[in-house]
Design a protein around this ligand. Structure first.
Ligand SMILES: [Zn+2]
Length: 226
């Protein structure tokens, strides 16, 4: 439609309506791209929040690992290790944050498929248990600080994040296998030195709940752990 053409009243309404749609569609598609986890770039501010959680764990005598879960660019859940206090080996930071995120979506009346729009920032590479839990929960992306050579589930020990299921067709997959058919993208190195420093601090004073080593003396602080 030429701009210099004088519009009839009906043409004018149609023209304005069309422009309205174009603008709306353009805004929606921009928002969709920004909120898509695959397009979300690393944001150190979120990792700093995860580090704050790790420091809380350290103050409480827990292995200093902390995390936050992000949805629509805001923190919806956080967690830090709570293993020693609860004497429960499964109370890792990521599991606690997953529970909070699930509660957040249910409280908001949202479908748990929203988990697939979340990004996790965690100070240390998720262990095998947590990597599996994150993937089954539908998360698509994880930014982590230092690697976890002893238990890492994003490739250091085992690559749970992209392990393939045995089933041949999607119709034969259970819900769990269906979630596992989608990869969990893991990206390392965000503020990793800060995470390592916290772990070194912890191992300098030893983990009070750790099993006593049988023949080791003068254990050195590792570079990473969970
Ligand atoms: Zn874990």
């Amino acid at each position: 439609m030429k701009q210099n053409k004088k519009l009839t009243k009906i043409e004018s309404i149609v023209y304005n309506k069309t422009m309205e749609n174009v603008l709306t569609e353009s805004t929606v598609s921009k928002k969709t791209i920004e909120s898509n986890v695959y397009f979300q770039n690393i944001n150190e501010e979120f990792m700093k929040k995860a580090l704050v959680m790790a420091k809380v764990a350290l103050e409480k005598g827990e292995v200093p690992v902390g995390c936050v879960i992000i949805h629509d660019n805001i923190v919806i859940a956080d967690g830090y290790n709570d293993v020693n206090r609860t004497k429960n080996a499964t109370r890792h930071a990521e599991i606690i944050a997953l529970e909070k995120a699930r509660f957040y979506f249910l409280q908001a009346g949202k479908n748990l498929n929203s988990m697939s729009e979340c990004v996790l920032y965690v100070t240390t590479e998720p262990c095998i248990m947590c990597a599996a839990a994150l993937r089954i929960s539908g998360l698509k992306k994880v930014f982590y600080g230092c690697t976890n050579q002893r238990f890492g589930g994003c490739g250091s020990r085992l690559d749970v994040s992209s392990i393939k299921t045995e089933a041949k067709s999607k119709s034969n997959l259970s819900q769990c296998e269906l979630q596992m058919s989608s990869n969990l993208e893991c990206i390392s190195g965000c503020l990793s030195q800060e995470s390592i420093n916290l772990l070194k601090l912890f191992y300098t004073f030893e983990n009070p709940s750790a099993p006593q080593p049988k023949c080791k003396t003068g254990r050195k602080a590792p570079n990473q752990n969970d």
